[in-house]
Design a protein around this ligand. Sequence first.
Ligand code: NAD
Length: 476
Amino acid sequence: MRTGRALVGGRWRETAERFAVTDPATGETVAEVAECGGEVAVEAVDAASAALPGWRSMPAHERATIMREAAGLLRERAEAIGAVMTAEQGKPLAEAAGEVVAGADHLLWSAEETRRVYGETIPSTGADTRMWLLPEPVGVVAAITPWNFPVSMITRKLGPALAAGCTVVLKPSELTPMSAVAVAECLTEAGFPPGVFNLVTTARPGGFAKAVMADSRVRKVSFTGSTAVGRELIRQSADDVKRLSVELGGHAPVLVFPDADVAAAAAGVARSKFMNAGQACTSPNRIYVHESVADEFVGELVKLAEAVTVGNGAEPGVTMGPLIDDRAVAKVRRHVEDALAHGARPATTREEGSGRFCPPVVLTGVTDDMLVCREETFGPVAPVLTFGGDADEEVVARANATPYGLAAYLWTRDLTRVVRVCEELQFGIVSVNGAPLAPPQGPFGGIKGSGYGREGGHHGVEDFVEYKYVSVGLGR
Ligand code: NAD
């Protein structure tokens, strides 16, 4: 059994009360973690405020060195931290270690970007005036992260915030706090000054949100999680007019056109659908396949779905772990049952699975009005819908008919179609022919109900920067 502590002002904090963390594969308690009330959140904001002047004025090269060191430690410990992640989140060890490496890459990329937070000189109106734009850190940032990518969701916020010169109070998901503790250990050892990064663990997220929202020293809240909680935070942020980034839920369409490489498309869909047991905001939720290639596509996808080995992610050979909790399993079942009751058919033949283990399901005969096409499933269910004819507009309109707007996928070898369809899709990110969605240099984020703000790329850093416009009269 592990013990997780909070980190406030560079000191590891015990608390009288703790909360339990369970392994979703076995139901066993794997850790007990400090339950920090709102008062610890306020202490963490005290520490982050105290550390802000020193961190923002430290030369960018020096800040970059510390961040690079932290990224190096994360990468070095990828397997050990991956094992911690598997124990509390369930994903297979290789996937978990891969996520830690990706998380380290995000931190490293931000470390490099630290040295490129540039201002501007704007041509002024008169000969005796000058206009400058000075980049300044937003200030103290509160970051709230989900359980599905317990390390990379942290470093994607932390990296750009620290690069911009902000200090951070992080509240990770109560389901996966030990991964956050492991990140905090790397940061501490890398030599971050006390208070630059603070970790507040709690299973009462509402209390944390209340404390940071009421504290005017917190100038930005960066949130990744469900649309319901995101909406609530947007409301709460109004009183103090805080800056907010909200990376929320998604309902990603996939468009497979008749000229696509069908086998590659099926392999790409299987990769993005079955990764993390379908528990990703970018997971394909509606797979629109042209009727002329639908049989071939479904045949390939079913082969890949049936080759997935479901089990305890800590065991060798397992390629898909359990779902996070019983509620997640119930939601998957509800979506599949609704689809079957309304005329969909299972193309996969496996048994339903027991406990939290849900083998992949491919459904055919799916229509846009089914629950699975309207709500985020967050599980390994691949609903296949078909479209016909030559008019791309119709299928693009179906793809856009969702309140969400995070990611969309497109498979075609026709360049004109790539350009036209990409321009028409109402999503923050479009992947064409399986190209990756979330490398550190790409500005990742949604539109519509999927939120606003970007993580990654220089846009991600700019989300933590205020540009102060200075207009200078030279005098005589
Ligand atoms: P969630 O909204 O339940 O929780 C996310 C975080 O918010 C956790 O840290 C949780 O403790 C905290 N939280 C819960 N209630 C809160 C409250 N009242 N006030 C403040 N914080 C609160 O989401 P989840 O189940 O952890 O994550 C899954 C969701 O996240 C899915 O909808 C998924 O699509 C989304 N997600 C989005 C992205 C993206 O980049 N757009 C990435 C990953 C996950």
